[in-house]
Design a protein around this ligand. Structure first.
Ligand code: 6MZ
Length: 352
């Protein structure tokens, strides 16, 4: 049974800006996938890190490999993307920017292009179901795959941005941060920016990436994923903080992911507080809600209880996040109106 606080955060309208498709697959969807592919012998503890468990970041990346084995056809992608969108809608998310890495699977004939096409199809089918959620897509570049694939992915993202009437809004740089150097991908990222794609870049997710972060911040990106080790207190650099603050670049913060992946030692030590206390734009996100067994409403609740923030403070965080989306100006305006309409029933008072 949901208590009042759970209900408040579920009902609070929210924006989700950092959600990897294959990391967001729920237990019930995994069950459908394992039923389709029993020969893989995949058990639930291989696809999720549940309550109380922690893994190294490296072990987290092994989990994605297992999920990728389960999701290797266009049919799988369609089901997974629709389930993920419906589950975010059930959790009170009104605007979702989903991201995913186009994957080629020689065995099943899936191509990077058909992969993106299928995610777009899932978004449009969910739109036709009348779900109360707007969805946009960020095409992900996996840093592990190097420059050639990055360039190909940017081209794909550009083509779909032009052909989908604004459903594809940007490019994400992600993947195992300990592999490869983001600097090698700069021309691809710059090309994406020049053609009008918004950039959300994973940055300083692990220590000792000051040089790489300097280069990436020079572009500069429109949002930063994690940014765990940017500030000097944790081995980053003041010059990085200065660039982030000067350009007012919002940070996408995913508390449970960072704690379970052990890049942050505890919720109370999370860098949320550093940036929040500065008054810098931050947005609370899930990263991989399936793998880390969380939900966006739960992440909001955790931030409130860990840092002693009120429901009003949390409302304000959720409301401000609209400005950090890659949505068009008119959609942002529409979302702002929606938030103000929903506010009285949430607080059961007359809005100011
Ligand atoms: C960096 C991450 C990530 O793209 O197949 N991904 N990249 N840091 C993280 N922190 C835990 N979590 C997920 O979704 C899975 C892929 O998202 C990226 C990785 O590249 C992973 O393979 P898609 O939908």
């Amino acid at each position: 049974m949901e208590n009042e606080v759970d209900l408040f955060y579920r009902q609070m309208p929210k924006v989700e800006l950092h959600a990897h498709l294959n990391g967001s697959v729920s237990f019930s969807t995994i069950e459908k996938l394992t039923a389709r592919k029993p020969h893989l012998n995949i058990e639930h503890n291989m696809t999720a890190i549940c309550s109380g468990q922690r893994r190294t970041l490296d072990e987290c990346f092994q989990v994605f490999k297992v999920i990728h084995q389960l999701v290797d056809t266009e049919e799988d992608i369609l089901m997974v993307a629709k389930d993920v969108i419906r589950q975010f809608a059930d959790d009170g998310v009104k605007y979702l920017e989903l991201r995913s890495t186009p994957r080629e699977e020689k065995n099943t004939g899936m191509t990077r292009r058909s992969y993106v096409q299928t995610v777009i199809e899932a978004i449009s089918q969910c739109g036709n179901e009348g779900l109360d959620i707007e969805v946009r897509f960020l095409v992900s570049v996996d840093r592990r795959h190097g420059f050639e694939v990055a360039m190909e992915t940017v081209k794909l993202a550009e083509d779909f941005m032009l052909s989908t009437d604004g459903l594809v809004v940007g490019l994400d740089l992600s993947g195992d941060p300990t592999v490869g150097h983001g600097g090698d991908l700069l021309p691809a990222l710059q090309k994406a920016k020049n053609c009008g794609l918004k950039l959300s870049l994973h940055m300083s997710e692990v220590p000792s990436q000051v040089d790489e972060s300097e280069l990436l911040l020079n572009i500069p990106p429109d949002r930063i994923g994690h940014g765990t080790f940017l500030h000097p207190e944790v081995g980053g650099a003041q010059s990085l903080v200065d660039k982030v603050t000067m350009n007012n670049i919002p940070l996408e913060l995913c508390l449970t992911s960072n704690v379970k992946g052990q890049t942050v030692s505890s919720y109370s030590n999370h860098h949320f507080l550093y940036w929040y206390n500065k008054g810098h734009p931050v947005v609370i996100c899930t990263d991989d809600r399936g793998v880390f067994c969380t939900e966006l409403s739960r992440e909001y609740q955790l931030v409130a209880s860990t840092f002693g923030l009120s429901q009003e403070d949390m409302w304000s965080l959720s409301h401000k996040a609209i400005d950090y989306t890659f949505a068009s100006a008119s959609l942002k305006e529409q979302l702002h109106r929606r938030w103000l309409e929903l506010r009285p029933s949430l607080f059961q008072t007359v809005p100011n």
